[in-house]
Design a protein around this ligand. Structure first.
Ligand code: FE
Length: 131
């Protein structure tokens, strides 16, 4: 049996619509707030329907040299066009995009995981250096 970690896929986000793209500064000052955004489907739009959508995104931080990752947040997208009248007839579709704000005291790696209800788990990461 596979371990869950072995099921998490990654690829070049420019050619694979499931990869979460992390947008954050390359370098920050210790203790200074900065935005972290995660976008799924940045280059190639991911479908967003009742049957096929991004269900959630989770963001973690791994401090340099740490054996522990810190969860920044989990974002569940709940509205996918579902309605009593039928699939895709609802008035709202959430999109696989989140923005949050953090401050860090040490350099490290931001990691994002995105879950497609059909195509599983995808991840990417981005280094952020504390100057
Ligand atoms: Fe998908």
């Amino acid at each position: 049996m596979n371990k869950l970690g072995e099921m998490v896929k990654t690829a070049d986000w420019k050619s694979e619509k499931h990869v979460p793209v992390i947008e954050a500064p390359d370098a920050v000052k210790a203790g200074e707030l900065f935005n972290v955004s995660v976008v799924v489907g940045k280059e190639i739009a991911h479908p967003n329907t009742t049957e096929h959508h991004i269900a959630w995104v989770a963001v973690h931080f791994i401090p340099e040299g740490s054996k522990v990752s810190y969860e920044i947040g989990r974002f569940e997208f709940s509205a996918h066009g579902q309605a009593a009248a039928g699939p895709n007839l609802g008035p709202i579709h959430t999109d696989g995009c989140v923005v949050t704000r953090v401050k860090i005291s040490v350099s490290g790696i931001l990691c994002a995981t995105a879950y497609c209800n059909i195509h599983g788990l995808w991840e990417s990461d981005k280094a952020v250096c504390v100057q």
